[in-house]
Write a protein of this length. Structure first.
Length: 548
């Protein structure tokens, strides 16, 4: 088969072109250089090459697939970020939200400045901004803004394609070189271990004898020490046998109970109740203990205080496992979809609670296609709603913002009007990767025809501008987290990677430390940066497009 024959076959089969781009792109993305790979973003570079070759051979790409991929991708992103995005503004998460905001805003300002000084095309600068911070949702938002203005979005893809690898490399270099230059330890100090819930809050069980007079004659729900702490009294010793504690149980002097709590709090709670006990006991953990998976939407996002499980069902939740982490809940802890609960109680009570919680492990692997369709439709609808901004002008969230907002809201609230905001992780990742691949294939193919002409015309300037934007964003993120927000080195590195939306960066630091601190910081900063990028990508284009 000759090259001419292959070219004619591809010209007659746009779907074949699409899938070849994705296959080659994923192959490019799998190549690791110094431990770093492009992943699904390799599809963009494959598409640019195919677009360049196909420009003279009448190859075409089904544009509707790119639009579908965009909607599917950003909706899946919203579902993944929704449960943590709104929580990111609480406690330490608020610091990381501020860090993400400072990073994105500084990168936007510098991008605008470089565009003006270097006289770069407005569309190109929008893509450069998204690429420097390695944000594909930012690329989608920028492309939609450009197209809404009646311009060709090809320059956006080219700008992103040039800046993206620079952003990845500089973030990885920051992670690799900073600890060496400043001689930072990548292990948690004792003080940091005390602050790190994944380490300090390892679950501890202890027998405690009730010896504090302030506890005598009180029920378990009347103890403030237990109410506000991550601690649970699950059993009481009766005739040398530990049995599940009842909601109406009254503490008396000399009673022995089983305390389950975080190791950092065990001594404090022990003193609040009495003293440690060495009593011998037997325990029927097969009959009065169960693992229950929560799938009932009526229990989601409600605190244990509100659910009153001990009085209603006669059970006590001793531990909650979520995202691979186990912790002891306090009265204000809320339940999320797919939480795995360790529950203690009489056998009949356990069965009743399993039914109420919707204990169906199989359901965790089922995808509700109706909810997926409704969520996508709501997202597209939200994207088309005009939003007044004054002076008779309106803006739209578009296909990049509407589905993202829809995913965030459905994931946060769990269930609304019969629509379930939960998708199994494996299914969500498939939807996210497939949508991303389709979107990048369409964007890159469209831009490929102009790739050579644009790079010849602009020369080295875009590369220098990309490096400056990415470097400045990293510097702002680093010094803000260390000097302004007072974070420790591990929190800083994780937060910077999250603010730069760099999965390659967080992967590089995890190869160097066993600490969970960088992941915790990354997880809090990433969703905020992701959402802000979709907003500021539009603002960068809007500002540069405004006549002086």
């Amino acid at each position: 088969m000759t090259l001419a024959t292959i070219g004619s076959v591809l010209a007659e089969n746009p779907l074949l072109v699409c899938f070849l781009i994705i296959a080659c792109g994923m192959g490019i993305g799998a190549i690791r250089v110094f431990g770093v790979s492009l992943g699904a973003s390799g599809v963009l570079f494959s598409a640019l090459l195919f677009g360049h070759w196909g420009h003279t051979q009448d190859w075409t790409f089904p544009e509707s697939l790119g639009t579908f991929g965009l909607v599917l991708f950003v909706y899946a992103i919203g579902l993944g970020a929704g449960q943590t995005f709104f929580r990111a503004f609480r406690a330490q998460g608020s610091q990381l939200a501020i860090l993400s905001a400072l990073t994105v805003v500084s990168a936007a300002i510098i991008s605008v400045g470089m565009g003006i000084v270097c006289q770069l095309p407005t569309e190109f600068v929008s893509g450069l901004f998204a690429g420097a911070l390695t944000s594909t949702p930012g690329l989608a938002s920028a492309m939609e803004s450009v197209e809404a203005g009646g311009l060709d979005a090809s320059l956006v893809s080219i700008g992103y394609g040039l800046a993206y690898p620079i952003g990845v490399v500089l973030t990885v270099l920051y992670v690799q070189l900073l600890p060496r230059i400043q001689r930072l330890s990548l292990d948690d100090s004792p003080a940091e271990k005390a602050k790190n819930p994944q380490r300090a809050n390892q679950i501890y069980r202890r027998l405690v004898e009730i010896a504090n007079p302030s506890v005598f004659g009180r029920r378990i729900d009347q103890l403030d020490a237990l109410d506000s702490s991550r601690a649970q009294v699950t059993r009481v010793l009766e005739d040398h046998r530990l049995v599940p504690i009842r909601s109406d149980h009254v503490f008396e002097a000399g009673q022995v109970v089983m305390l389950v709590c975080a190791s950092s709090q065990v001594e404090l709670i022990t003193l609040a109740l009495g003293k440690a006990s060495e009593a011998t006991y037997t325990m029927d953990s097969e009959r009065d203990r169960a693992e229950v998976v929560v799938t009932n939407p009526q229990m989601l996002h409600r605190s244990l205080r509100e659910l009153q499980l001990r009085s209603r069902y006669g059970v006590t939740i001793s531990r909650i496992e979520r995202y691979g982490l186990s912790f002891v809940p306090n009265a204000d802890a809320t339940l999320s979809m797919a939480d795995r609960l360790i529950v203690v109680g009489p056998p009949d009570s356990l069965k009743a609670f399993e039914s109420a919680a919707g204990h169906r492990p199989r359901r965790l692997h089922e995808t509700d296609l109706m909810s997926l369709g409704v969520g996508l439709a709501v997202g597209v609808g939200l994207g088309n709603i005009p939003i007044p901004v004054g002076a008779g002008s309106t803006i739209h969230l578009g296909l990049a913002g509407g589905p993202l907002l829809s995913g965030l809201l459905f994931a946060h609230f769990g269930r609304f009007l019969g629509v379930v905001g939960y998708m199994p992780r494996a299914a969500r990742l498939v939807a996210q990767e497939l949508g991303l691949a389709l979107f990048l294939a369409a964007a890159g193919f469209r831009a490929g025809g102009q790739l050579v002409d644009v790079t010849h015309q602009l020369g080295i300037m875009p590369i220098a501008a990309s490096a400056l934007v990415a470097s400045a964003a990293i510097a702002v993120a680093h010094f803000s987290s260390r000097k302004l927000l007072g974070m420790n080195p591990l929190e800083t590195i994780g937060g910077v990677c999250g603010a730069m939306t760099s999965t390659a960066g967080i992967g590089a630091i995890l190869n160097k430390t066993d600490s969970d601190t960088p992941v915790t910081s990354y997880a809090a900063a990433y969703p905020v940066a992701l959402v802000l990028m979709t907003i500021f990508a539009r603002l960068v284009f809007a500002f540069l497009s405004t006549p002086n």
